[in-house]
Design a protein around this ligand. Structure first.
Ligand SMILES: CC(C)[C@H](C(=O)O)[C@@H](O)C(=O)O
Ligand code: SF4
Length: 479
């Protein structure tokens, strides 16, 4: 049942896509856009084949390879037989079922959550799903976007609908002016640090407030990306001029009269003044420092000025034991200053932070400087188009001169599903979104940070407060 009073952005998009609701609330919603990648789609296509079904609307699905692909030169093919098979399977499935597919040599290829917005496939007011938890990224455009499982991928392919129950509404208001050296990544880490990884459970989060409005589309994507780490089903931000400017002229965005019609609808996409949220949280961006995770959960955040926590300070025995275990895994001593933590690796990439704005910010810090001799650092652009743009701006030259590896697009070391991995015990400053045990490689140690914090750490060989770091001596070239 549609609400009679004020409605939230989530309520509006939900109502506009509702096909049917049962008495117990189980609903069928229409899905506008479906993204697929090589990891969660093979069994879905297999299911269709077995049942003798077709894809209901192939033009509403877009496929790309990202998780398995190597980030080294791919022009001669993929050496690893397992990756090669996974990639070939997706290519074959897309050919057989008539789905548009960006292969590993296509300039439009990249991480699924980066290419959707880039192509204008991601649009305000749409429902978007993908067999991938970070589908929440697309919510930055005022879309209702969430991850689904492989059997649901099959259901969406076959019917263009999804069975869902409506989630609760949560509003996260981020006010205040974002200080220099602090960015979207710190905002979302700050939120997760505050509400915890279960804080958003059962909810769709809408991010609002002055600081969110001030963010670029790239920054908004960073925030929405990690909604899933906050436990939420999805995260979203009401579209505004910035959203429309970003989308205008993109290959799959509406054109001409269709654009005008779309705009009329998009301008209605905001939470009404009198809309009620089940849960509300506030954060003041003005007081936010650059953040670093010290443990094995995204909620284990601490200011760069802080220290590794001491489990003995905790009264709750269960919590103390969890901290002890995390510190043991991370190889950290309680009380260590964050800026004294030395790094072996730096990874700048992933669907959280591998867009052009991220790379520009990194270039500013590293231009004319050099990666510390004890650190191996890599930069993996989120897509072929991001890579081309960075190269057109000369950023790759800055990175390479500074000693960074400059790779081909893909998920890379965000998760250990391809050749890019941490060795056991290695410590990494990473711009990705998950720091679970083994996430970046068996016994690998991950500290989640913003792109500029990662860049500064690569140069220094340990964490540094990026607010105290001047732009690189050659940063004019990066302007
Ligand atoms: C492989 C895929 C299913 C997975 C996800 O759903 O998120 C991956 O993208 C991740 O980030 O862990
Ligand atoms: S970059 Fe990381 S988080 Fe994003 S889709 Fe790939 S593996 Fe998942």
């Amino acid at each position: 049942m549609a609400k009679t009073g004020g409605r939230t952005l989530y309520d509006k998009i939900w109502d506009d896509h509702l096909v049917d609701t049962q008495e117990d609330g189980t609903s069928l919603i229409y899905i506008d856009r479906h993204l697929i990648h090589e990891v969660t789609s093979p069994q879905a296509f297999e299911g269709l084949r077995i049942a003798g079904r077709k894809v209901r609307k192939p033009e509403n699905t877009l496929a790309v390879v990202d998780h398995n692909v190597p980030t080294t030169d791919r022009t001669e093919g993929i050496d690893d037989p397992e990756s090669a098979l996974q990639v070939k399977t997706l290519a074959d499935n897309c050919r057989d079922f008539g789905i548009d597919y960006f292969d590993e040599l296509d300039e439009r290829q990249g991480i699924v959550h980066i290419i959707g917005p880039e192509q204008g496939f991601t649009l305000p007011g749409t429902t978007i799903v993908c067999g991938d938890s970070h589908t929440s990224t697309h919510g930055a455009f005022g879309a209702l976007a969430h991850g689904i499982g492989t059997s649901e991928v099959e259901h969406v392919l076959a019917t263009q609908t999804l069975i869902q129950s409506k989630a609760k509404n949560m509003r996260v208001v981020v006010d205040g002016e974002i200080p220099p050296g602090v960015g979207a990544k710190d905002i979302i880490l700050g939120i997760i640090g505050e509400i915890g990884t279960a804080g958003g459970t059962g909810h769709v989060i809408e991010y609002s407030g002055e600081a969110i409005r001030a963010l670029s589309m790239e920054g908004r994507m960073t925030v929405c990306n990690m909604s899933i780490e906050a436990g939420a089903r999805a995260g979203m931000i009401a579209p505004d001029e910035r959203t429309f400017d970003y989308l205008k002229g993109r290959p799959r965005a509406p054109k001409g009269a269709a654009w005008e019609m779309a705009m009329q609808y998009w301008e209605t996409l905001y939470s009404d003044e009198d809309a009620e949220f089940d849960t509300e949280v506030r954060l003041d961006a003005a007081n936010l420092p650059p953040l670093v995770t010290w443990g094995t959960s995204p909620q284990d955040v601490v200011s760069v000025e802080g220290r590794v926590p001491d489990p003995n300070d905790l009264e709750d025995a269960g919590k103390a034991a969890a901290v002890r275990r995390a510190l043991d895994y991370m190889g950290l001593t309680p009380g260590t200053k964050i800026t004294d933590i030395k790094l072996d690796r730096v990874f700048i990439g992933s669907c959280t932070n591998a867009r052009i704005e991220d790379l520009r910010a990194v270039a500013k810090i590293v231009a004319g400087r050099h990666v510390n001799e004890n650190v191996q650092a890599m930069i993996v652009p989120g897509s072929g188009l991001v890579k081309a743009q960075a190269e057109a701006e000369g950023l790759d030259a800055i990175f390479k001169a500074a000693g960074f590896e400059w790779r081909e697009p893909g998920c890379s070391m965000c998760l250990a599903m391809n050749a890019d991995k941490l060795a056991p015990g290695e410590r990494c400053a990473s711009t990705s979104n998950r720091n679970f045990e083994g996430r970046q490689g068996f016994k690998g140690r991950t500290h989640l940070v913003s792109p500029t914090m990662a860049a500064a750490a690569a140069i220094a060989g340990h964490f540094v407060d990026v607010r105290e770091m001047t732009p690189g001596p050659q940063s004019i070239a990066a302007e």
